[in-house]
Design a protein around this ligand. Structure first.
Ligand code: SF4
Ligand code: SF4
Length: 381
């Protein structure tokens, strides 16, 4: 989420920040087309010049480029190939902002209940959703839509994923096992704003980020653990913007600090890691996921013949070829390993919807299984 600006005294709103960046990028671009050559989404023909023009403020966006912008899943694959250090993903994000009054239903539906300060029908739907979830997950209800105020070292921030109950329960068991004293901050009213940002709803994204900062400040943690890569980037952004003295980690990164508490080592055979667009293999979070897989199983290579291992979440179904690409990807995975481990909760939640005989699990499941194996061994001895 680099490039996002919030509303603190040292930064400008995201829309203003990106407006300036897009203008600067357009002047710097040499129109080599490398960004579009690697871009995996389906697109009709348009020139990079036309794309640059359409990105700028005050310029209209032709239909072909509108369609492309909604198909863009903000994966960032276009960024490392650019010889001029241009964030093409941010340029397309700005197009999404310009045409946000034309967003497809899939985009709108995804944001329907996310974020603070909802009004009217959206607030009613949000409240009904929260109530039903609290009723069906009574053990987690105390963490839903509340702001912790007691001060402890660790804040587990699942955000909207507090409603991924199985993963949250699993995380809490693991935190307890390693002896962590923790707070939990979760709920759609504590959304990190990434879903809004990636859709070009910049004002809402800034509001979410500001409110999240206030909530984090209230419990003053030393370490913040996030469940998904987008939440991680948002919280890391807050840390930088407000110069907070806090460490932001993925849960797997944190648990590996206590790896001696997971006595059983190899519990699995071959496993491939699904690296999130934002938790790349070389990032500390990516390295942690690969380390966890190597510790508890046998790390298998990812399929290199696939142009992308993206989960295709962030175009919200706008590209008709999403499903086919996922099937091809998972078919290729199967030639390498029977199990695919996701290091980002967004990827896990999205990929597990695909019909496949590849076993798709969250990286935390490996820790959970190691814990269960240790307990079984203790009972038997
Ligand atoms: S972010 Fe991904 S989908 Fe969007 S333009 Fe870049 S490569 Fe294409
Ligand atoms: S790779 Fe960079 S320089 Fe080349 S067309 Fe894309 S944005 Fe412009």
């Amino acid at each position: 989420m680099n490039g996002q600006a919030g509303k603190n005294k040292e930064s400008v709103p995201t829309k203003v920040f990106l407006r300036g960046k897009v203008s600067e990028y357009s002047q710097r671009c040499i129109e080599c087309n490398r960004c579009m050559d690697v871009c995996p989404v389906t697109k009709d023909t348009f020139s990079i010049h036309d794309l640059n023009v359409a990105s700028q403020d005050g310029q209209s966006v032709p239909l072909k480029i509108q369609e492309f912008a909604f198909r863009c899943m903000q994966c960032g694959q276009c960024v490392p190939v650019c010889p001029k250090d241009i964030r093409r993903d941010h340029m397309v994000r700005y197009i999404k902002y310009k045409i946000r009054n034309k967003t497809p239903w899939g985009y709108k539906r995804y944001l329907l209940i996310k974020g603070p300060n909802q009004t009217g029908m959206r607030r009613i739907i949000q409240q009904l959703f929260i109530r039903s979830k609290k009723l069906t997950n009574k053990d987690l209800a105390c963490f839903m839509e509340t702001t912790p105020e007691k001060k402890v070292d660790v804040l587990f921030y699942p955000g909207c994923y507090i409603y991924s109950a199985k993963t949250v329960r699993q995380t809490l068991r693991l935190l307890k096992h390693v002896g962590s004293r923790y707070n939990v901050l979760g709920g759609v009213t504590a959304c990190c704003g990434a879903p809004h940002l990636l859709q070009g709803e910049f004002d809402q994204a800034d509001d979410c980020l500001e409110l999240l900062y206030q909530k984090i400040k209230a419990c003053d943690p030393r370490i913040i653990l996030t469940a998904c890569a987008e939440c991680y980037e948002a919280v890391e952004q807050i840390r930088k913007m407000y110069q907070m003295d806090v460490e932001v980690l993925s849960v797997a990164q944190y648990l590996l600090r206590y790896q001696d508490k997971f006595l059983v080592k190899k519990i699995r055979g071959k496993i491939t890691v699904h690296d999130s667009c934002r938790f790349r293999p070389q990032s500390p979070q990516g390295v942690a996921a690969h380390d966890a897989v190597s510790r508890f199983g046998e790390l298998a290579k990812p399929p290199m013949d696939q142009p992308s291992s993206c989960c295709y979440k962030w175009n919200h179904g706008s590209d008709p070829n999403n499903a086919l690409r996922l099937v091809n990807y998972l078919t290729a995975v199967k030639n390498h390993a029977p199990t695919l481990v996701c290091n980002c909760l967004t990827c896990f939640e999205e990929l597990k919807k695909t019909s496949t005989d590849v076993e798709i699990i969250d990286v935390l499941q490996l820790f959970e299984e190691a814990l269960q194996a240790s307990e079984t061994r203790e009972e038997e001895s």
